[in-house]
Design a protein around this ligand. Structure first.
Ligand code: ARG
Length: 447
């Protein structure tokens, strides 16, 4: 039975094709569909569109479905196109005629929008916790190894003295900026589309502010037409945030792959954490980081995929938008899985000491020799030329390093300052779980 059936049996192949992967994808939305429906029901009673008894019955029925879902027993059956159809069917089975009132004053278009917004907010908040764990780990590695020097590269050529403190800490600060992207995505996402119905509102006297407050949105997405337009637009912002985090993961992974290679050997992992080859007995491969790199690189194509999906769509709902769900939902799980395995690897990373003592890296001290001459009063360009000549005729011998004192240098990493900025940016995420929402909604049962 389709919600839109009107006496003609739809052709099964059409139903299968148009439902697509929704029966699996929508399972991620189940609990949020129920929470959104609970808020809708409370509002319907408040404005007099259903009775108190009907509200109580519907809330209890919805709650029983919430519990069923928590136990993993609520499935989308073959004859339901999506989660919205399944829930309405279940409610009507439990409540009979009353159940048929649940869709009063809404459309599946605003219903799926509100589900996605609630799901996305929860995912962003959960992802922020993972980002915090990674940030904390990177900062503690930075502190732990702040004295261990590392050659810094430009153009992939040895350039200047760096340190593990600077390297780990640099990726931590990268995450602090990724959090700004997550914040922006959360702000755009946290606006209530419920009540905009199919994209053109309703003549029924609904109270949109009430559902907005119940669902803890910052504000309404006011214009009903914009609510439809926001599907895809807000996904773009979310994808950009995911891509930003993914870029951090990818670049860090690339460094690790290179630093682990025989020519570098700056870092290593215990045998249990590297992989081997079926033919070459000596191999110890960084497959984990290659796969994080690959998966993060694919995530970075997400904004482009979404931009293309949104292209040339007339305003108002278009079925094309259905495909956004898979893209974005998958994006969250990809990034989360990559961070989780990266944390495991970072708990076991081994850092090599005395790397820069290798004569191969003598010339990374040449800028320091220039600085020494500058401190003695020589103009910078003359000092540069003098040292360049020494390097050219191989008479350069390394200078001992003076202290780095400025902010953000190897001698003054400012990890504390970075942590403060990070902490400030993290304040915006707050996670009311679906179970807490369900309890909150059930307080509106009046018998
Ligand atoms: N599965 C649909 C989606 O994700 C739900 C909305 C259906 N609306 C419609 N007008 N056919 O977009």
């Amino acid at each position: 039975m389709k919600l839109w059936e009107k006496g003609i049996n739809p052709e099964p192949a059409i139903i299968e094709f148009t439902a697509g992967k929704d029966r699996e994808t929508d399972l991620a939305l189940t609990k949020w569909d129920i929470i959104g429906s609970m808020a809708h029901v409370i509002m319907l009673q408040d404005v007099g569109l259903i009775s108190e008894d009907e509200k109580n019955g519907m809330l209890k029925a919805l709650h029983s479905l919430f519990v069923l879902d928590e136990e993993g027993r609520l499935l989308i059956e073959k004859d339901s196109e999506d989660i919205h159809s399944q829930i309405e069917k279940e409610i009507s089975t439990i409540l009979g005629t009353t159940g048929k009132k649940i869709h009063t004053g809404r459309s599946r278009n605003d219903q799926v929008l509100v589900d996605i917004r609630l799901f996305t907010r929860d995912e962003i908040d959960k992802l922020s916790v993972m980002v915090r764990r990674l940030f904390t780990r990177l900062q503690s590695l930075s502190e732990q190894y702040k004295e261990v020097l590392l050659p810094g590269y430009t153009h992939m050529q040895p350039a200047m003295v760096s340190s593990f403190g600077l390297w780990f800490g640099g990726y931590a600060e990268c995450l602090a900026d990724d959090v700004v992207m997550l914040n922006a995505a959360r702000t755009l996402n946290n606006q209530n589309p419920l009540g905009t119905a199919a994209g053109y509102g309703t003549t029924l006297p609904i109270n949109r502010q009430l559902t907005s407050d119940l669902l803890e949105f910052d504000n309404l997405l006011y214009n009903s037409s914009y609510a439809s337009l926001s599907r895809g637009k807000i996904e773009m912002a979310v994808a950009a945030a995911l891509a930003s985090v993914a870029q951090t993961l990818s670049r860090f992974s690339m460094d690790i792959c290179i630093y682990m290679s025989a020519e570098f050997r700056f870092i290593d992992f215990p045998d249990e954490y590297v992989t081997g080859s079926s033919i070459m007995p000596q191999k110890r491969n960084p497959d984990v980081f290659e796969l994080i790199r690959a998966r993060s690189n694919v995530i970075q194509t997400l904004p482009i995929q979404i931009a293309n999906l949104n292209s040339n769509l007339m305003s108002g709902y278009n079925r094309d938008l259905q495909l956004l769900k898979q893209l974005v939902f998958n994006g969250f799980s990809e990034v989360e899985e990559c961070i989780e395995i990266m944390l495991l690897m970072l708990n076991n990373i081994k850092v090599k000491k005395n790397i820069t003592e290798n004569p191969l890296y003598n010339t990374i001290f040449s800028t320091e020799e220039v600085n020494r001459l500058v401190r003695q009063g020589m103009p910078f360009r003359d000092a540069y030329k003098a040292v360049a000549a020494m390097v050219k005729n191989s008479s350069f011998s390394r200078t001992s390093l003076s202290d780095y004192v400025h902010e953000g240098s190897i001698g003054n990493l400012c990890n504390k300052e970075i942590a403060e900025i990070f902490g400030e940016r993290m304040k915006y995420f707050k996670n009311t779980t679906a179970a807490e929402f369900a309890d909150k909604m059930m307080r509106h049962v009046t018998e």
